[in-house]
Design a binder for this molecule. Structure first.
Ligand SMILES: C[S@@+](CC[C@H](N)C(=O)[O-])C[C@H]1O[C@@H](n2cnc3c(N)ncnc32)[C@H](O)[C@@H]1O
Length: 456
């Protein structure tokens, strides 16, 4: 059954007539004494700005105002010292009028929201995302884009469905309404109505470390979304956790790509008897990121998963972990958006990874491991971008070691019991470059033939 358009209209104000009458969305008090009365009264605008958890002086700070409309928030941030960029998808004549009247230096860009990541703009200390979210069909993607543009705090204000009642059902799974046509406020570009809980959950899921409800009233809620953890505890009551390993949850490697849906797994040791997800304070390149999952592995070892924080720069990024009441432990690093550059790969030696014999690999029913030493692997070589083949068999890589003094890196790979006895060429491949074959003898039983030969 096609029910399009048959839903009841959603609450929410249709202010189009009042707005048309006034001609201005925002009100302004200009230095020459002129007062412009817009749909949003000055007292309300001043009150909204005053409750933003940003410094009163924004000297030296950068602000992005997304969906600026007449620009009151842009000009107010500039008045407080910020370097401001205002963005809107439509060019608003009123904005230019005020810009001229104030001799403003606010940079005004006519840009659709979804063009922001490719615009070359940012990052910004503070991002105002006020009254725009519900105009976008892809709210979580939108919040991720906002997060990636923010280094300190983003302010998200949105239409919500339960501003005055959200506490009554705050223990329920978050929900969001979807408006297929003009159900909300008679406007065709009103797409979504999250509950307060859903708005907060989406801000957290987008990648912000701390998310704080500023207000919820009538049909709107405001949220401060911080990219960093709260300051370190002055009197740390917990020992810092020992970060043992960090890897890509999917590939087990150290490489991450920001355009992919990727998660970070961390193994750590702590003297705490129990660790709750909300106690974990992971930081990558200075951005805090919340844990999605934590599980005890052994008595003192734990594993936790996190999403990759949006907005990481290409290169090596530092990862460190603390608990709510501890300082940070030692750090690891991950490779973000680093291409693989390989010129030449040379295998320098092969051993049986179990017996350590250099005379061949024994495949006798138990798990067989081949260890080899390779020259030429790039710094960001890992389990997911190095491939080894023994004859026709693709070997599963278990470990790629750090370079030794000669620049050789050890690779451990499992050899399946289905590999036939005999001599097979070992080829290592990375970044599209292959090594010359190294002959490896495989024996299926107790007798290990002495037949490793170098062909160079
Ligand atoms: C409800 S007004 C909010 C104005 C102002 N930020 C405030 O809170 O007072 C929404 C603004 O977002 C802009 N907008 C809506 N969709 C947009 C998009 N896809 N890209 C950029 N701006 C958009 C509209 O043109 C309008 O200026």
């Amino acid at each position: 059954m096609d029910t399009a358009g048959s839903y009841p209209s959603r609450r929410g104000e249709d202010f189009s007539e009042e707005l048309a009458g006034k001609g201005w969305y925002h009100s302004f008090a200009l230095p020459d004494g002129t007062v412009i009365q817009g749909y949003n009264r000055l007292e309300v605008l001043n009150e909204r700005y005053a409750r933003l958890p940003i410094p009163r002086s924004l000297a030296g700070r950068r602000v992005l105002d997304i969906g600026a409309w007449d620009g009151w928030f842009s000009f107010e941030a500039e008045r407080n010292g910020a370097g401001v960029t205002a963005v809107d998808c439509v060019e608003v004549a009123n904005f230019h009028t005020i810009h001229r009247a104030l001799s403003s230096r606010v940079e005004y860009r006519i840009l659709d929201f979804y063009d922001l990541p490719q615009s070359g703009l940012g990052p910004y200390d503070f991002v105002f995302f006020l009254g725009v979210l519900y105009h976008l069909k892809h709210p979580l993607l939108a919040l991720e884009i906002v997060c990636a543009l923010t280094t300190d705090t983003a302010i998200v204000e949105s239409f919500v469905t339960d501003a005055d009642t959200w506490r009554e059902h705050s223990d329920e799974i978050p929900a969001m309404e979807f408006y297929e046509t003009d159900e909300l406020g008679n406007q065709l570009d009103n797409w979504i109505g999250p509950s307060v809980g859903c708005l907060l959950a989406m801000c957290r899921a987008a990648g912000f470390a701390r998310v704080e409800l500023l207000y919820a009233r009538r049909h709107h809620a405001g949220v401060a979304c911080h990219r960093t953890w709260e300051p370190l505890p002055e009197d740390a009551k917990q020992e810092p956790p020992e970060l043992i390993a960090v890897s890509n949850t999917r590939t087990f490697g150290i490489n991450f790509f920001t355009r992919k849906e990727e998660y970070v797994s961390c193994w750590f040791r702590t003297s705490m008897g129990a660790v709750a997800r909300d106690e974990l304070r992971l930081e990558i390149a200075g951005f805090g990121i919340r844990a999605l999952y934590v599980k005890r592995q052994t008595d003192d070892t734990w594993m936790a998963n996190f999403r990759l924080p949006p907005g990481l720069r290409p290169g090596w990024n530092e990862v460190r972990l603390r608990l709510a009441q501890s300082h940070f432990g030692s750090s690891h690093r991950i490779a973000v958006d680093i291409p693989l550059h390989v010129r030449q790969l040379v295998v320098k030696g092969v051993r049986d990874g179990t017996t350590w014999s250099d005379e061949g690999i024994r495949v006798d029913g138990a798990k067989a491991v081949l260890s080899c030493w390779v020259h030429g692997l790039p710094e960001n070589a890992d389990r997911a971008n190095v491939y080894t083949r023994l004859g026709e068999a693709i070997l599963g890589i278990e470990y790629v070691g750090e370079p030794d003094a000669q620049g050789l890196r050890q690779i451990n790979a499992t050899v399946s019991t289905s590999v036939a006895s005999g001599v097979h060429p070992l080829i290592v491949e990375c970044g599209g470059v292959k090594s010359d074959p190294w002959p490896v003898s495989v024996a299926g039983g107790d007798t290990v033939p002495n037949c490793i030969e170098r062909n160079q």
